[in-house]
Design a protein around this ligand. Sequence first.
Ligand SMILES: [Fe+2]
Ligand SMILES: [Fe+2]
Length: 156
Amino acid sequence: MQRYNWDPKLSVDIEPIDRQHQTLLTILNDVIDIINTNQHISFFEDVVHRMVTYVRTHFHCEEALMRQANYPKLDEHIALHKQFILKILELNQNFNPYSPRMRSDLVHFLKTWYKGHIGNHDRDYIPYLKKLSPQSIKWLVEDIEANLEENELPWD
Ligand SMILES: [Fe+2]
Ligand SMILES: [Fe+2]
């Protein structure tokens, strides 16, 4: 399975968000590496857990920024985030890490989501978030990141 490279076209041109998207990509590539090298199952579970924890923090940041920027499609975007978490939890529940088919389905799902969500839905909020000052974006993101493990979303 191929690793996924950062595509500059996916940039939202907002530094802390691009950085988070790149961290997510690193975690996604860790999932792919573990699958490619047939590493022990506990590594796989760890990395999926790491992804869910990180994605929660990331969604938290985006949702707070979109709210602050009065992004008109906020509710729609939150629903997409929710759908993603629910899908991951569902996959995780029925997941047999020894099944090559399930392993590749999971990676396929993550890759497709990554490209589709960031490339379409995240890019859509750019003009709104650009109205916020870079300093206020930075503070808000840092504040949320400081509570990484505790970042439960309201619908968790
Ligand atoms: Fe995002
Ligand atoms: Fe998003």
